[in-house]
Structures are given as structure tokens and as C-alpha cells.
Design a binder for this molecule. Structure first.
Ligand code: 6R9
Length: 649
């Protein structure tokens, strides 16, 4: 059996009962109608949605302006305010509805109704204006997962300032790079954060970042989240509450052009420094809005919890903007999944009656290690949809999520998308029949295709480079300040309109997409293409394996050989027993996929090297697999001691 076929030996199909299907807002018929309409009139489909779903202070007349392709503009002559759309328009009928339920690390709980959120956002918008921030200015937000982060983002949107949230786990260096690249005028931060029972300082990184090269930053607003002392620099640093004192609860939202940048979010590419992905106001909000309705079916009685940090795109579209735009109730959680114990996520779901839960495969696999008994101690009856995002989900984790957390009742919404796409691109609707490990089909109005290496479109049941053929409203508008990099990175096929994603994917006979991983994660072993994912999936399906990451390493004969980094869910045996386990795992992979996929090298550690957002740092693993010294930046690594474990053979 060939490599790529093997991932596709996953042929189980899961459908929810007709009874449950009836509870979802978008029926199969309605979905078919939407697909037909989008196929017939791409721009009309999105334009009608933009009119129906968003409130415009000045209606648009132009759907898509592609005169400067690949620099696309949507709804160009329209004006709106994103914060108005997320908050004010709900005040008429939902002003007392809970917008945010916040649970802190220590179990402290706060609730904000839409009216309270409105007042807070207005006060902070007035504060920003009083501190000299104007429309178009860039503001850095470097904060933990607390409601004030969302309030700060919404307040920026309200005055037309462009925010750039920098994940609180990034170092002072990384923060400085982003401040400088964005040309930010202000930084909003906290004295510290609370995670896993500890307090972690944050503001000091801002101080370090601002030591050089950031002269344009005139003000730093500091929210006191912890009781720890914080050094305030006279004339520059201002306490959030002091600055806000006396500010009005009313603020007239500033109408901006649909194309006005809402935010920049820095993301690493395969080369070079992080790119400032620039998103628009109208187009971005439209896709954030409709995907919360389509994929998560958010209705009046739902309590939605997306576990992503606001430092990532998921925390923008599925925390700060999308759920509010649809008028939902959402949970924000400050802590970590394993504090005070590995039942924390399930406790939060239970206590707040979460109905729709959205997390990453890495979290699922980490929690799987603790077994099925822990989640069973909590009442998860209210859950009705489960989402996943960030990386391909291996069928093993999918099944656990489905059976143990969803109790077989909840569809798994595997959402494929990127920082650059703004919102979900390939994902099931709740009524879609599911296949474990497949993100299923492109959304209506998303024209996903598969290309060969030369950029020719492949039709039918084939694997290749994933690309998007037609522009969509929430697409990246630019790499901040670098149009050439935008064109070269995303539209590399001269004269062809394809947005090239950087992932490889396979489309099966039913038109379902299977993401095989980043293009640079595809191995070529003896001329056979192997997705690292499928080998990982095979390893993880072994009873003793909790997690695995696979990379390629150069090999004289085969071109590339497979190196596997494995986390066991049993104690690591020593001596002969260890060798026997290595052999067992090699044979296991051979048996699961074929001898071609057998790892040459298997190493063990207590965790994989991950970024603090949970992405496995494969470039480090590749260096280790090659036996190279690590010269790369490891500042984003969650636990640097992991590297030593894996370096020992
Ligand atoms: C939203 C987000 C984007 C990359 C993307 C792909 C991987 C994300 C996935 C997935 C398979 C999914 N990815 N979701 N792969 N199935 N459901 O994660 O954005 O941080 O920019 O990462 O993540 O490789 O290209 P971002």
C-alpha cells in the first residue's frame, strides 16, 4: 500500500441521527442551496451575505474590486464599524444577555453582559482617544487571556486604530520586532498574568522591548491583573484604571472604509522574519461572522468556548470578534488545561454549561494521556458540537474526542484555515457526514483546488498543493508594508490567480480534503511521498504512544529517512527492553502503513518541543534528527529541556 493511500485507509463515516440533524440551523437542503448559489455567482453570494449579516453605516455598491489583483478589495465603497457590529447592534434585544463569562486561573469568575461590555469598550475607546491614539495608528496589545484583552481590541476597532496582538508567551525580542515593524504608537499590557497557579510577569518584557528602536511608542497602558508590584515609567506608563477614570460610557463608533485595516497579526513563514498579516474590516468580519453561524451553529442558548489565546488568529475570529458579532455568549479562560489537574477543561465546560467547544488536536492528545475516566467525572451533557483547529487531527484523537468527550453525539468540526485566510475555509457544517482526520469540504464560496508542482489544477481523486482559486472576503490584504512579499509568498504562480496555501492535501473520491501538513513536512522516501502526519497517526495508534512527531532526515540511499520523536504513556523502559520497544514501534508503523514508512530513528522524551501555542517545532526536530547543533531561535519553546532528552539517542 502506498504512503498517501494509507492515511486514506481511514474509511469510517460518521453521521448524526436525523433527530440531531434537525436541531441545526443549516439543513442539508439549505447547504446545497448555498453551494449552488456560490458556484453560480461568487461575488453575488458574498455580497448578499455582507448585506444580510453586517450593519453598514454606508452601504456598498461594489462587491469585489479585482482591478489590482492579487490585491483584492471587497465591499470597497461601504463603511462600517466592527465594534458597532459586535456590540451596539445587539443592545436593542440582547443588552442583558451575557457576552463574556470569564474564568480566571484560580477559579475566579466574572460576567459581562452586552451592555456592560459596551460600556467598558466605550470607556476604553475614550481613554485611547484621550491618550492621543487616532484612526489608523497601530497599537500593540500584549496581554494574557482576560476580558480586558478583548475590550482593548474592540476599543481599537471602535476608533479605527489598527491593533496587533502579540502573544503573551513571546519574548521581549519578538515583541520589539513586532512593535518596530508595525510602527506602533502605544503598547497595552498587564503587570503580569496568572497561569497554572503562578503569577508570571509581563510588563518587564515591554520595558526591555522599548529600550531600543521603539522611539515612536509614546504611551504604555498597564492593566493590573496580579498583585505584583510593577515599575511605571514616569510620563510614559499609565495605569489602565487611572487613565479610564471619569471617561464616558458612551463613544460614537468611527465609521471606516470596508478595506480599512482592522488588525495586523504576525505569523512565521517558512523563511524570513514574521510577516504582519494585514486584515480588513468588512471582509474579515463577514467571514468571522458567518463561520461562527455555519460551523458552530451559535444560537441564543449556546455557550461557546474557544480555548485559543487572543494572541493567535483563532482567538481573533472565534473569541474577540466572531462570537460577539453573532451575539453569542462565550467563555474566556485564563488558565491552563492541566491546572489544578487535567480535568480543568471539562470542569469549565460543566460549570458554565458549554454547548460548543473548540480546541486544538494537541490539547486533545495531551488530555487523552490522562485517560477516559477523568472527563467522565464531569457532566458534559450540554455539549453539542466539538471543534478542532491548528493541525491535522489524527483519527485516534478524533475518535477519543468523539467518543469520550462528545459521547458519540457531537459532530467533530475539523476546521482547516490559516492566519492569512481570516476564518474557516475547509470544514464541515454540523450536518455534514464526517470522516475522522478529514476537514471535509470547502465552505460555500471558497474555491479550494489541488495543484501539481507546476501549478496545474488536478481534477478528481488526487494529492498535491492546496490552493484557493478565487478571492474571498476575509483573505489577507497585505504583508504589512511589503506588497512584494505578499505577492511572492501567496501568489507565486506567475500570471495565475491562485492563493497558494503552503499545505499539501489530498482530495478523495467523495471530494473530501485531507490535509497532509505543510509542504515542507512532506517526506520523500525512496521516491515515495510520505506525509509526516500519517506516520505520526500510525505511531499514536500504538497503545504505548501518547504523542509523536515525525520529520525527515537526509539519507544516502533513500533520499530521506524517517525520524520519529515519541512521547510514551508508559514509563520508558531501559536497555534491551527499550531496544525491543523501538523494534516494536518500527514494526507497528510498517504494519500500519508499509515498510517504506518505518522510522530509521526513534527517540523518546516526556513531551514534544512545542511553541506556547501548542505547535510542534518541527524545524528543531529536523535539526536534532540530522544531529546538528541547535543554532535556531528557541525562545518560543514551551519547555527547552525537552531538546536535551531528544538529543540523547
Ligand atoms: C488557524 C491556524 C495554519 C496552518 C495551516 C495548516 C495547519 C490549521 C488545520 C491545519 C490540518 C486543520 N492547520 N488547521 N491542518 N487540519 N484543521 O491554525 O492558523 O496558525 O496560521 O496555522 O496550520 O498547516 O497552513 P495558523
Amino acid at each position: 500500500m502506498s504512503n498517501i493511500e494509507s492515511i486514506l485507509t481511514e474509511n469510517r463515516v460518521f453521521e448524526v441521527s436525523d433527530e440531531i440533524k434537525k436541531t441545526f440551523s443549516v439543513s442539508e437542503e439549505k447547504l446545497a442551496e448555498m453551494r449552488a448559489k456560490a458556484a453560480e455567482d461568487h461575488v453575488g453570494f458574498w455580497s448578499d451575505l455582507a448585506r444580510e449579516k453586517l450593519s453598514w453605516s454606508k452601504p456598498f455598491t461594489v462587491g469585489l474590486d479585482d482591478s489590482k489583483a492579487p490585491h483584492y478589495k471587497w465591499f470597497t465603497d461601504g463603511e462600517l464599524n466592527v465594534s458597532y457590529n459586535c456590540i451596539d447592534r445587539h443592545l436593542q434585544d440582547k443588552s442583558d444577555k451575557t457576552a463574556i463569562i470569564f474564568e480566571g486561573d484560580r477559579g475566579d469568575i466574572e460576567r459581562y453582559t452586552y451592555k456592560e461590555l459596551h460600556d467598558q469598550v466605550c470607556r476604553f475607546a475614550n481613554t485611547l482617544t484621550a491618550q492621543g491614539v487616532e484612526k489608523g495608528d497601530r497599537v500593540i496589545i500584549y496581554m494574557p487571556m482576560i476580558p480586558q484583552a478583548v475590550i482593548a481590541m474592540q476599543a481599537c476597532a471602535r476608533i479605527g486604530a489598527i491593533h496587533s496582538v502579540v502573544f503573551g508567551g513571546f519574548s521581549a525580542e519578538a515583541l520589539r520586532d513586532r512593535i518596530v515593524d508595525a510602527g506602533a504608537k502605544m503598547v497595552i499590557t498587564t503587570n503580569g498574568s496568572r497561569r497554572g497557579g503562578k503569577t508570571i510577569p509581563l510588563k518587564h518584557a515591554v520595558d526591555t522591548a522599548l529600550e531600543k528602536g521603539c522611539e515612536q511608542v509614546k504611551k504604555v497602558i498597564v492593566y493590573r491583573r496580579t498583585d505584583d508590584e510593577v515599575e511605571m515609567q514616569e510620563g510614559r506608563d499609565i495605569d489602565w484604571l487611572e487613565a479610564e477614570a471619569g471617561m464616558s460610557n458612551y463613544h460614537d463608533p468611527v465609521a471606516v472604509d470596508s478595506e480599512h485595516p482592522l488588525f495586523l497579526l504576525y505569523t512565521s513563514g517558512s523563511t524570513g522574519k514574521p510577516k504582519g498579516v494585514q486584515h480588513s474590516s468588512g471582509g474579515y468580519l463577514l467571514n468571522a461572522h458567518v463561520t461562527n453561524e455555519w460551523m458552530f451553529d451559535l444560537n441564543d442558548n449556546d455557550v461557546f468556548w474557544c480555548t485559543a489565546d487572543v494572541g493567535w488568529i483563532t482567538g481573533h475570529s472565534y473569541v474577540a470578534y466572531g462570537p460577539l458579532s453573532v451575539g453569542a455568549t462565550m467563555v474566556m479562560f485564563e488558565g491552563v488545561p492541566t491546572y489544578p489537574d487535567a480535568g480543568r477543561f471539562w470542569q469549565v465546560c460543566q460549570d458554565h454549561g458549554v454547548t460548543v467547544f473548540y480546541t486544538a488536536p494537541t490539547a486533545i492528545r495531551a488530555l487523552m494521556k490522562f485517560g477516559a475516566d477523568l472527563p467522565k467525572q464531569y457532566d458534559l451533557e450540554k455539549l453539542r458540537l466539538l471543534g478542532t483547529v491548528g493541525e491535522p487531527i489524527n483519527p485516534e484523537a478524533w475518535m477519543w474526542y468523539h467518543d469520550v468527550i462528545g459521547q458519540g453525539r457531537c459532530p467533530i468540526i475539523d476546521t482547516w484555515w490559516q492566519t492569512e485566510t481570516g476564518a474557516h475555509m475547509i470544514a464541515p457544517f454540523p450536518v455534514t457526514p464526517l470522516k475522522p482526520g478529514s476537514c471535509t469540504q470547502p465552505l460555500p464560496g471558497i474555491d479550494a483546488v489541488i495543484l501539481d508542482e507546476e501549478g496545474n489544477e488536478l481534477i478528481g481523486n488526487e494529492g498535491g498543493l492546496l490552493a484557493i482559486k478565487q478571492p474571498w472576503p476575509s483573505m489577507i490584504r497585505n504583508v504589512w508594508g511589503d506588497e512584494e512579499r505578499y505577492r511572492n509568498t501567496y501568489f507565486p504562480l506567475e500570471g495565475k490567480p491562485y492563493y497558494v496555501v503552503g499545505d499539501s492535501a489530498h482530495r478523495d473520491a467523495d471530494g473530501y480534503f485531507w490535509i497532509l501538513g505543510r509542504v515542507d513536512d512532506v517526506l520523500n522516501v525512496s521516491g515515495h511521498r510520505l506525509g509526516t502526519m500519517e506516520i505520526e497517526s500510525a505511531l499514536v495508534s500504538h497503545a504505548k504512544v501518547a504523542e509523536a512527531a515525525v520529520v525527515g532526515r537526509p539519507h544516502d540511499v533513500k533520499g530521506e529517512a524517517v525520524a520519529a520523536f515519541v512521547v510514551l504513556n508508559v514509563d520508558l523502559p531501559e536497555g534491551d527492553e527499550r531496544d525491543a520497544l523501538v523494534q516494536e514501534l518500527r514494526n507497528w508503523v510498517s504494519q500500519e502503513i508499509g515498510p517504506i514508512a518505518k522510522p530509521d530513528d526513534i527517540r523518546f522524551g516526556t513531551n514534544l518541543p512545542k511553541t506556547r501555542s501548542g505547535k510542534i517545532m518541527r524545524r528543531l526536530l529536523r535539526a536534532i534528527a540530522k544531529g546538528e547543533e541547535i543554532t535556531q531561535d528557541t525562545s518560543t519553546l514551551e519547555d527547552p529541556t525537552i531538546l536535551d532528552q531528544f538529543q540523547k539517542k
